[in-house]
Design a protein around this ligand. Sequence first.
Ligand SMILES: *[C@@H]1O[C@H](CO)[C@@H](O)[C@H](O)[C@H]1NC(C)=O
Ligand SMILES: *[C@@H]1O[C@H](CO)[C@@H](O)[C@H](O)[C@H]1NC(C)=O
Ligand SMILES: *[C@@H]1O[C@H](CO)[C@@H](O)[C@H](O)[C@H]1NC(C)=O
Ligand SMILES: *[C@@H]1O[C@H](CO)[C@@H](O)[C@H](O)[C@H]1NC(C)=O
Ligand SMILES: *[C@@H]1O[C@H](CO)[C@@H](O)[C@H](O)[C@H]1NC(C)=O
Length: 380
Amino acid sequence: MASNTTSFLFFLIIFVSTFPLQSLSWDRDSDYQKWVSWNVGNHQKKTSTNQKLKSGSPNGDWEALDKELRIAEKTKVKVTVRKDGSGDYRRIRDAIDSIPKNNTKRVVIEIGPGLYREKIVILRSKPFVMFLGDAENPPTITGNRTAGEMGKHGKQLKTYKSATVGINSDYFLAVNMKFENTAPMPAPGTIGGQAVALRISGNKAAFYNCSFYGAQDTLYDHKGLHYFNNCFIQGSMDFIFGYGRSFYENCHIHSIAQKQGSITAQKRTNASLESGFAFTKSVIEGSGTVYLGRAWGDHSRVIYSYTYMDKLVLPEGWNDWGITEREWTVYYGEYKCSGPGANSTGRVHWARQLTDEDAQPFLGSYFVDARHWLLPQKAF
Ligand SMILES: *[C@@H]1O[C@H](CO)[C@@H](O)[C@H](O)[C@H]1NC(C)=O
Ligand SMILES: *[C@@H]1O[C@H](CO)[C@@H](O)[C@H](O)[C@H]1NC(C)=O
Ligand SMILES: *[C@@H]1O[C@H](CO)[C@@H](O)[C@H](O)[C@H]1NC(C)=O
Ligand SMILES: *[C@@H]1O[C@H](CO)[C@@H](O)[C@H](O)[C@H]1NC(C)=O
Ligand SMILES: *[C@@H]1O[C@H](CO)[C@@H](O)[C@H](O)[C@H]1NC(C)=O
């Protein structure tokens, strides 16, 4: 507190002494007032952020949640999907089709165990969808489409449309689900073999106890705010990619690379975009060797904290995608990681070992503004 007051006074003095007198005399009182209130506002914002950081809990405060989300949760409805016909629907698609456009309620789709061969897209007009699987026996949604494959209209599907499950709507939730793309791992250097298991393009989505299986491009973390907890993510090349702003907590990252792969390909393209992947308390293991990330975007941003890195992580750690200029603009950080792969001795010179202060913004779900949309886990 004392130091805050001191720095406030310090800036006040600097400001007054460097600001040209002429412009001060121009409507000086109102300008000065504006400046003081701006400064006080900033100070208060900082203090409350610090308190939030300390309390750590993103979801203690129901009132802080977005209003439309609170309404949706209060008017929750449930439908069931069972392969054997004992539920409301046999296919997940049919359950989704039953949801009206411009839906305002939370729709919990409770999905029984089994293998669902379905290609699913949830349209933007259907927010508040939840996939709820059985914790003991989670259902699997499977597909094998690839980017190079021809679609209906004689055009290549491309990476976006290869997804087994694609979500365009906001406030999506998945618990105890497996998402899979079983297309074969493409040989190094070939094109069109990318095969997405899940694409999340909706804002404010959360995944708990979910698994994502694929090889190249498994999890398309396309855009928006996302939260992943206790998830398993398997792949070979760029298997967590996109320009989402996402927080991954207690996740298990499993490489099936035969030679060399990369875990992430984060696509932040502009320094002013608040996009990036933050991993914490996670584990990286598996086959081959992997980069922690490749710079798909000029301002690619990825941070790992408190994460165990097995020996498959390449000593250099990070890759500039063959574009040297990106080394100046990417933000690749590590903080308090452990294991043989976390040895920083061989890291590229443009990777960062973060200080306590540098790491702070990336250590909690406040990185994705969780307070406004992440539900308490006991809600489901
Ligand atoms: C849904 O909302 C959009 C935009 O508000 C509106 O144009 C459309 O008619 C609505 N559709 C239905 C089926 O209510
Ligand atoms: C893809 O899956 C379909 C069944 O859904 C199957 O008939 C086909 O053989 C599979 N293709 C490959 C390459 O695995
Ligand atoms: C996820 O699984 C863990 C056990 O691994 C369990 O304790 C937790 O309640 C599950 N989370 C949800 C949201 O079901
Ligand atoms: C970055 O994004 C901001 C806001 O969208 C935009 O004004 C600016 O022109 C962008 N800069 C570049 C280099 O694209
Ligand atoms: C880190 O790697 C360097 C170079 O390979 C090696 O000399 C050093 O012993 C390693 N440190 C630890 C703690 O394993």
